[in-house]
Design a binder for this molecule. Sequence first.
Ligand code: MOS
Length: 743
Amino acid sequence: MNQISTGIGQPVSRIDGKAKVTGQARYAAEIHPPGMVYGFVVNSPIARGRIEAIHDEAARAVPGVVEIMTHRNRPHTALFEKSYMDGLGVPGQPYRPLHDEKVEFNGQPVAVVLAETFEAAREAAMLLEVDYQRWPHNADFEAAAYQKYMPSKTRSNYVPPKSRGDARAAYAFSPIKISGQYHLAPEHHNPMEMHATTVVRGDDGELTVWDKTQGPQAIQAYLASALSLRKGKVSVMNPYVGGAFGSGLRAQYNVFLAALGSLMLERSVRIMLTRPQMFTHVFRPEASMEIALAADTDGTLQSIIVDGVTDTSRFEHNMENIVPWGLINYKCPNATADYKVAPRDTYTSSDMRAPGAATGVNLFEMAIDEIAYACEMDPLAFRLHNYSDIDAMHDMKLTSKALREALAEGAERFGWAQRSMAPRSMREGRELIGWGMATGIWDAMFSPTSARATLTANGRLRISIAASDIGTGTYTILAQAASEAFSMPIDRIEIELGDSTLPECPTEGGSWTAASAGAAVWQACQSLRDDLLHALRKAHDAPGWSRKDGVILRDGELHAEDGAQTPLTLEAALRFAGKSVLEVEETAKPGLRGTISQMRKARFTHSAVFCEVRVDEELGIVRVTRLVNAVAAGRIVNPKTAASQVRGAMVMATGMALHEESLMDERVGRFMNHNFAEYHIPAHADIQEMEVLFVEEKDKEVSPLGIKGVGEIGMCGTAAAIANAIFHATGQRHRNLPITPGA
Ligand code: MOS
């Protein structure tokens, strides 16, 4: 393989960076079709009941108001008839905006005001009066747990794992044990870009939908089905996405309502949600986990018992993979886990960065710290003592697990060997200092993906794929894969993403895009190179080049291996071959598709997180002063963007540990702190030293290019490392996240 300075493994700066910082990148709410109508959504203030009357005279009197769309006058479409499942495949009936008079959650859209200006739409929305009949509701998680159940139809990886040994007997007979109830507050998505859709209606009624989504093809399929449109009648664009961590995995109500409004008025329509409205849809579920662990006096784990509950809505059965992580990651002869969902009258909880693991790994790793202390063992030594080289839950080999190396390198970098075991043993002035650590684990997934590679007449390479760059660096890493596979400098490569009409790519999520789309791009570029060389060999008028073996592509030029000729430009090669462009499409399918039970080996990313906190003893204020995260994620395509991914997740996990929580007012069933004054996220002052190391991990089996993905691993373990450091600083155990000064 030729080395190229912009290939895989190089710290290339983002190729879309300039477009973003100069404002040339256009987001969903920045498309301005002529004659566009602005929609403003009116949300229900009650959690359950029915709409009895809508008084819209005052609203309609606002100058500029075009229409007020409600369940009574909206156009009839397929979504209102069939039981439609979206791409997430959550069992139940996905919420259908403006379906009928029933209200199923606080914040449910009950009307959309459509007006010539945003201001008119918003003013009229304030003037709309809706009478409701209120029905009893429950929005309290603890009360909901009394109705907890296991949904009958589940996605296979959400079924609680098979037990091994006899965990309850082992717990009873072991000399050392801990048990407790661990809890995570619900969290809402707060990307910089709010959810927004601009529907551009063409002259013959076709819709081009600019949506903030992680999957343009998923939204295209949803709209085509929900609105009974022929596939060619609707396309979806998302070339730039201002941050998305799972809220864009499924269609949010803005996209359906904007498209419905466009059908109703036969005009272009934009709906952009406000920050408070971002709290009326998807959130990370509230979760509780009963964890019981038992060990021998030498620190050998003997029993793991995990019992988890997460919330869901009344109309869908959303499940989270929270319970298996500890059973997978630790050697322990006896283990069992159970899991149920608790229904309440809210919107359906759903995915948020490392769904399941962010909750389950962090809470479990807090319990591991407790049992290590109960065994009077250093938490790092305890983890090494109970290290599993296989997926202990499925008794399966792993494609790779360089967690031991991550623990060693992270500890070295952090200076863990200097740590004193006793809590409250380090202090500076009125600040208690604590050191904690945890391990992280997340899936390393792959999904079949297609890509097109085109060599254009001017000798440039264009890559086209319906992937999304949700801020993760996808443009850049795909350009690097192309640069290396085709041996082309990156400034001659164009990457086309975020368009449902491009070759098929799964929704961006699950940390699978680098591995999947990267492999598709690689394959397409290799096959384009082969085609080019083949066409050149067959050329009649290519002096010295035709029918010649030993031609190689290097640095964007063709070279004779024996050096007998001056290099040939790609433009000239195309001309000799009699082609104006050369184009191929390939699909990467390594035969690793499917659920874990169908695979011969399990695939995970691992990490070791070390943390220093300083706790003000009088005020209870916690500062995270140092974080070191050593990540084993297979091949790293771009150490610069990859480290940014992990750091970003560590910031988010700091929020999970110390700040973020959506507070429910059970009386009205509403998340009340729906703004940045009251919903706290870490700001610059909350984040201090953060270091990310990548541990070498060669893995030929996990995916075609040996990539595992890094979008989510930084969430897993970091919050626990912070919680464990707080214990070390203060001697006080906190089992509920976030840990706030009031706790
Ligand atoms: Mo992520 S929750 O797969 O966007």
